[in-house]
Design a protein around this ligand. Structure first.
Ligand SMILES: Cc1cc2nc3c(=O)[nH]c(=O)nc-3n(C[C@H](O)[C@H](O)[C@H](O)COP(=O)(O)OP(=O)(O)OC[C@H]3O[C@@H](n4cnc5c(N)ncnc54)[C@H](O)[C@@H]3O)c2cc1C
Length: 417
């Protein structure tokens, strides 16, 4: 156990049943589900607020159904949002609908676009109604508390740099793709570097714009993703891996030119982009850890697997991990410390879906993104894909995969205490 008499001994030591590190989508949902089911939980977040531009502002049907089951659907839909019902790809040789969610059998046949901050604020406000829930902002977790080879909690620094210790039967690392907790636990992710990175920014939407939903425009070696956010366009300007420095030194006029030549109807507003501060760069990764758990510790969401942005499913996958963890661990946590086998069950439930999604993303990167970014090539969608998208039944698969993934996780009702 950490020596409380050491020079950096904590100014507070508290105990809870489950300490969750990271109030992103995975951590916030898990905290809400556990607190509602009667498990004491402390959610520790390093930032002072939930503001996070371009950090996955999409909510998929699986999550919309979950939020409806939690009684949050009305409040969510009252917030200003956009709805993506289709994803089309436009190339010099024509357009193809890659995914059509409007055909799905669900009360929510669309992807909602909503700033992530709004979703997180809603989740923690709801969790805050439970006496079992504690939120600590500006809690920057820097150490694990360990004893007898088991994780027994964490230590964090607060805004004044003072140490605090939270002891817990279970610590959950939901601290994202650069997870500190994962590193402290000696777990390293393995993965591939997909062939692209993404430069994100926004442009105004006009009432006369004919485009809608999500569109991928590929032309002349440029690859641009447009997401309809209701009152503006979120634009993903896809570039070859590791080339952002070159794009930046070529200057914003070049980027604006590339954008206007690929999406000509945006030419009337590309001048809005005047400063590199308006863009966020996503270094695309696709990684997984081999083992999602150690005694007393579980990894979920991006901490266990960073997803490529293909299909925009990162949030959905992270939230499904949280639901699986709540389904499997609520009863063990009510009892005390979940066993290794109970923690392993979360990985067994979720890993096949994560692997399958990453395989499909890799295929799409190699057959669509990479050729689309190779200047000079006359880009066409691969013939087997074009044919498959014409076959009734098969053409519904991409929409279903986007909405629910290969394994639909449903929230299980927990037995009364
Ligand atoms: C630029 C960008 C665009 C994206 N676009 C999309 C999209 O359109 N759709 C989509 O589905 N996904 C998208 N993603 C991916 C998506 O954001 C992630 O998959 C998702 O947020 C993962 O959720 P998470 O809860 O696992 O981790 P995160 O959302 O990363 O949350 C981790 C949390 O942990 C906190 N934290 C980190 N370290 C510590 C620490 N030491 N102590 C305490 N707290 C800590 C962080 O502040 C953060 O709040 C995008 C990602 C990026 C970077």
């Amino acid at each position: 156990m950490t020596d409380p008499a050491s020079s950096d001994s904590p100014v507070s030591v508290t105990e809870t049943r489950c300490a969750i590190v990271g109030a992103g989508p995975a951590g916030a949902i898990l905290a809400l589900l556990l607190a509602r089911a009667g498990v004491e939980v402390a959610l520790l977040e390093s930032h002072a607020d939930f503001d996070r531009d371009f950090r996955g502002d999409t909510i998929h049907p699986a999550t919309l159904e979950l939020l409806a089951a939690l009684g949050l659907s009305e409040r969510l839909h009252e917030l200003p949002h956009g709805k993506l019902r289709t994803m089309r790809i436009l190339t010099p040789t024509g357009s193809v609908t890659l995914a059509d969610l409007s055909r799905l059998r669900t009360p929510f046949p669309y992807v909602m676009t909503l700033p992530q901050v709004k979703l997180l604020e809603l989740l923690v406000a709801e969790a805050g109604k439970s006496p079992n829930f504690q939120l600590r902002m500006q809690a920057n977790v820097q150490r694990l508390v360990e004893a007898d080879g088991e994780v027994r909690g964490v230590r964090y620094r607060d805004a004044d740099n003072a140490w605090h210790e939270v002891r817990a039967e279970l610590t959950v690392a939901a601290d994202g793709r650069f997870s500190k907790v994962r590193h402290l636990a000696g777990i390293e992710p393995k993965g591939t570097a997909p062939p692209m990175d993404v430069v994100w920014f926004r442009l105004p939407k006009r009432a006369t714009d004919e485009a809608h939903g999500a569109e991928i425009c590929v032309s002349g070696g440029h690859f641009v993703v447009l997401l309809d956010r209701g009152d503006e366009w979120q634009i993903g300007y896809v570039i070859l891996k590791g080339t952002f420095a070159a794009v930046r030194s070529a200057g914003l006029p070049e980027l604006r030119k590339g954008l206007a030549s690929t999406v000509p109807w945006l030419a009337d507003r590309v001048e809005v982009l005047q400063d590199w501060k308006q863009v966020a760069v996503l270094n695309v990764e696709s990684t997984r850890v081999d083992c999602w758990h150690k005694p007393g510790l579980l990894l979920i969401g991006d901490a266990a697997h960073a997803m490529s942005p293909v299909g925009g499913v990162g949030i959905n996958v992270a939230i499904q991990d949280a639901v699986a963890a709540a389904n499997l661990l609520t009863v063990p946590l009510r009892r005390g410390r979940p066993s290794d086998d109970e923690l392993a069950a979360v990985q067994r439930t979720r890993e096949p879906a994560v692997k399958a999604i990453q395989r499909v993303q890799k295929l799409l990167q190699e057959t669509i993104a990479k050729p689309g970014l190779t200047a000079g090539s006359e880009f066409r969608l691969p013939l087997p894909l074009r044919l498959a998208l014409k076959i009734p039944g098969i053409r519904n698969i991409p929409g279903y995969m986007m909405a629910f993934g290969p394994h639909r996780v449903r929230l299980q009702e927990q037995p009364a205490r």
